[in-house]
Design a binder for this molecule. Structure first.
Ligand SMILES: C[S@@+](CC[C@H](N)C(=O)[O-])C[C@H]1O[C@@H](n2cnc3c(N)ncnc32)[C@H](O)[C@@H]1O
Ligand SMILES: Nc1c(NC[C@H](O)[C@H](O)[C@H](O)CO)[nH]c(=O)[nH]c1=O
Ligand SMILES: N[C@@H](Cc1ccc(O)cc1)C(=O)O
Ligand code: SF4
Length: 449
């Protein structure tokens, strides 16, 4: 298969980036280091991700060698089990004015105002969220993942609202809740509402944490402590996108910068919260940016040790401003996706779990990723808005039955996990029903759609 080459979808030379995939390393040396488990440099990572920078495109034979090295490493680090979690996504609001060019989850916040325009979005009350979580809990779910738009009326708590009310600064992305058709309430109220007994609330991305302290002199630690006492248990490491500012300036100029994202995550870690980390790739960035991002995540994990899993999120381009404005033609190719999973496994020698997102890759490719370095296959989620609105078509629910069947079909061992991976229950494929069993109401009864 050597010398068969495939094009990548990476735009070259269009955005005038300072960082480009050029190195003094050779592919062979980098591969050798990857195989022996020596810590990789950024140059090594770039060689592996590009299958050698000395010629364009992806060399298919070399790609297979990288995938194999990653698959072996996965086996050494976490063994043969493929984990998944019984969870639910509950997004609170889609109102957001941040304007990220890769996002079609958001709806213009002005349209949510009393007498505002048409919109297809939503703002849920804490009471509605509580009911949604309570129903899912009855069915056996024990984790709720909640990420939302940065609604201008949303504040940390009443004290935060009073500070923003009293401020005459016009740059705080704030409007009084009374201006809106549905009062967005406060982060604390939403967390309290979702925090039912023994439910793990996974919420408050670094971008949301920034929103929850805007216009105050509170540190991130103070904010995360307050959120924690309202029920927050761990933080989703989204809003990371690509942690290189020259890329952020193109795709999300309204978002916090790399340092702010890292500061927020470190603060969450310092108050004792676990977190995930992500990369959203396959748009305008190149391989150098992808590996610089991995290095920033690895450094953060060296400092904190609190990252439970790494989730590569492949950009879904269809309904996004980046695509509609002609800034990108497509997302990552399948070869790029596989290499992203593999190099994440090889580069992040201090993060145990790499997730394959079936929402992004679909079932067949999602399963393939489990032999490219990934070991976790996400969760049941029950509902999905972010990928669906961007044009993704891989569904919103995976039952334990489907999980067990799919994972067994590739010769691996299915296992239910808690959000923090501290509990992992191996499932015997000959002993149905398969659960869930780890949650407060998880008595083994199947989760039906
Ligand atoms: C939609 S935001 C919601 C939370 C919050 N507004 C924030 O930005 O942190 C969550 C994440 O979804 C991911 N996302 C959004 N649009 C996407 C797309 N078209 N393809 C892949 N991932 C996407 C991004 O990584 C983003 O940080
Ligand atoms: N990869 C995606 C996730 N991952 C989140 C996990 O399923 C889970 O919440 C986390 O592992 C903590 O236990 N969630 C999505 O909504 N969409 C994805 O693409
Ligand atoms: N919900 C996010 C992904 C995500 C959320 C939480 C995580 O811990 C990891 C990933 C999306 O659909 O893109
Ligand atoms: S990614 Fe988050 S912050 Fe950016 S526009 Fe979408 S919802 Fe808003």
């Amino acid at each position: 298969m050597a010398n068969v080459r495939a094009e990548s979808n990476i735009p070259r030379g269009e955005f005038g980036f300072e960082h480009v995939p050029e190195t003094d390393q050779s592919f062979e040396n980098a591969l050798e280091k990857a195989r022996t488990g020596e810590r990789l440099t950024v140059a090594d990572g770039v060689e592996l991700l590009t299958t050698g920078t000395n010629s364009p495109g992806i060399d298919i034979g070399r790609k297979e060698m990288v995938l194999e090295a990653a698959d072996r490493r996965r086996e050494v680090v976490v063994g043969d089990r493929v984990t998944f979690v019984a969870n639910l996504n509950n997004n609170v609001t889609t109102a957001c004015n941040t304007g990220c060019l890769f996002c079609n989850f958001k709806n213009t916040a002005q349209n949510f105002e009393v007498g505002g325009g048409e919109h297809s979005g939503f703002t849920k009350t804490p009471e509605q969220s509580r009911e949604i979580v309570a129903d899912a809990r009855e069915r056996g779910i024990y984790e709720v993942t909640s990420v939302s738009g940065l609604h201008p009326g949303l504040t940390l708590d009443d004290e935060h609202r009073e500070i923003l009310e009293a401020s005459d600064r016009g740059d705080l992305n704030y409007k009084p809740p009374s201006a809106y058709e549905t009062d967005p309430r406060t982060y604390v109220e939403h967390l309290r509402a979702m925090n039912l007994p023994r439910i793990h609330v996974h919420s408050m991305t670094p971008e949301e944490a920034y929103h929850a302290r805007r216009g105050t002199n509170w540190g991130y630690e103070d904010v995360f402590r307050k959120l924690q006492s309202a029920g927050l248990a761990s933080v989703p490491g989204t809003a990371a996108e690509i942690l290189v500012d020259e890329v952020r300036r193109v795709i999300c100029p309204g978002k916090i910068d790399t340092n702010e994202w890292l500061e927020s995550m470190e603060a969450a870690a310092s108050v004792g919260l676990d977190m995930t980390a992500t990369i959203m790739y396959g748009h305008v960035e190149n391989e150098m940016h992808r590996v610089m991002h991995l290095e920033r995540v690895r450094d953060l994990q060296d400092r904190t040790g609190t990252i439970t899993e790494f989730v590569p999120l492949s950009f879904v381009h269809r309904n996004t401003p980046l695509y509609e404005r002609g800034m990108v033609d497509a997302g990552a190719t399948t070869h790029e996706d596989e290499l992203m999973i593999a190099v994440s496994r090889l580069f992040l020698d201090n993060v145990d779990n790499v997730q394959s997102s079936w929402v992004k890759y679909g079932d067949a490719q999602g399963l393939k990723m489990l032999s490219c370095g990934a070991n976790d296959f996400m969760g049941t989620i029950l509902s999905e808005e972010i990928t669906k609105r961007a044009g993704g078509e891989f569904g919103e629910f995976r039952s334990f039955e489907e999980y067990v069947e799919m994972i067994t079909a590739i010769g691996r061992t299915p296992a239910e996990r808690s959000t923090d991976y501290r509990q992992i229950r191996t499932i015997d494929p000959d002993d149905s029903p398969f659960g869930p069993e780890l949650g407060p109401c998880a008595d083994g009864t199947p989760l039906l759609r």
